[in-house]
Design a protein around this ligand. Structure first.
Ligand code: HEC
Ligand code: HEC
Length: 261
């Protein structure tokens, strides 16, 4: 009888323990998914929102009016596309001036990024963010043409497989495995760092679409599934841990219950 009670007690304890872990797990996942940047009120206009975000996160290096400082170039005329590319790939805000900026987890969500882009676009005319229509054109583009264009225009820096490569002066061209079709389009029209700008005269919108199609194909065959894992890695890994961890706890509880009977 005493043994029976103890076992019942143990299984209840295990259940409580499991529930506690689940709630801790969800809090952790929530923290990972919710963007760190502050939420902004909806009554302000896009440009005003962008102005506040800019003053807070960018002006120390780029100057309050985007005129530039010794720590960052002027942003007059870079255009909304350059801002969306730099911020959505996590390159900006730059952590510290110096080495080549790398792709990292973005600090701003999409709405904040668009607000920053709208504000910086008021500094001077530059390339706008391509429309969804323009970007999605890759789905109708020719793969063979894309391959040819990629080999003549991009492969000398990004490698034939799009996996990137070293450039002179310690710089490098990154792998293209994580770039979204929109980011690929933006990279072509803004030419970040030592990458050339591919204007619509150099590469027509149809050619750009074909190149994007080819890069999508490369990424599909090179690392299936790898694209998304790179971005939501911590969440995915966390989930796996929860499923495995919880699973074993439940099996343990059932096992204790079965022993009682
Ligand atoms: C620590 C300093 C620093 C901070 C903070 C910073 N930047 Fe920059 N930014 C730079 C430097 C340096 C470059 C040039 C980097 C390069 O050429 O790779 C640059 C480049 C850029 C470019 C590309 C300019 C071009 O000519 O194409 C954009 C756009 C940009 N920054 C936007 C932003 C935005 C938006 C923020 C705030 C969210 C920000 N930056 C925060 C230092 C900074
Ligand atoms: C002269 C070398 C050079 C050529 C040619 C070149 N790129 Fe780049 N590319 C770069 C460099 C350098 C960067 C990194 C810029 C940075 O970190 O700010 C880059 C970055 C990119 C990115 C961003 C990747 C990411 O994950 O953030 C994309 C997308 C891209 N290039 C696409 C292309 C395409 C498409 C072509 C051909 C039409 C091309 N590039 C041609 C040098 C080059």
């Amino acid at each position: 009888m005493a043994k029976f009670r103890r076992n019942r007690f143990a299984s209840v304890l295990v259940l409580f323990f499991a529930l506690g872990l689940v709630s801790i797990g969800f809090t952790g996942i929530n923290k990972l998914v919710t963007p760190a940047a502050a939420k902004i009120g909806s009554e302000e206009t896009l440009v005003d929102k962008g102005s506040a975000l800019f003053a807070e996160g960018c002006s120390t290096c780029h100057g309050l009016n985007g005129q530039g400082t010794s720590d960052g170039p002027t942003l007059a005329g870079v255009g909304a596309a350059a801002v969306h590319f730099q911020v959505s790939t996590g390159r900006m805000p730059m952590a510290a001036p110096g080495a080549q900026v790398m792709r990292k987890k973005p600090s701003y969500n999409e709405a904040e990024t668009l607000a920053l882009a709208a504000h910086i676009a008021t500094f001077g005319p530059g390339p706008a963010i391509p429309s969804a229509e323009q970007v999605n054109e890759w789905q109708n583009a020719s793969l063979a043409e894309g391959g040819e264009l990629f080999r003549t225009n991009c492969a000398q820096c990004h490698n034939f497989a799009g996996s990137g490569g070293a450039l002179t002066n310690g710089k490098y061209a990154p792998s293209l495995g994580l770039a979204t079709p929109l980011q690929i389009y933006e990279a072509m029209i803004t030419g970040p760092q030592s990458m050339p700008i591919f204007s619509d005269k150099t590469l027509t919108p149809e050619s750009k679409a074909a190149i994007i199609r080819y890069i999508q194909e490369l990424n599909k065959s090179e690392n299936p599934g790898g694209m998304d894992l790179g971005r939501v890695g911590p969440v995915t890994e966390g989930l796996v841990l929860w499923i495995v961890g919880l699973g074993s706890l439940i099996i343990f509880a059932v096992w204790i219950g079965a022993r009682v009977r």
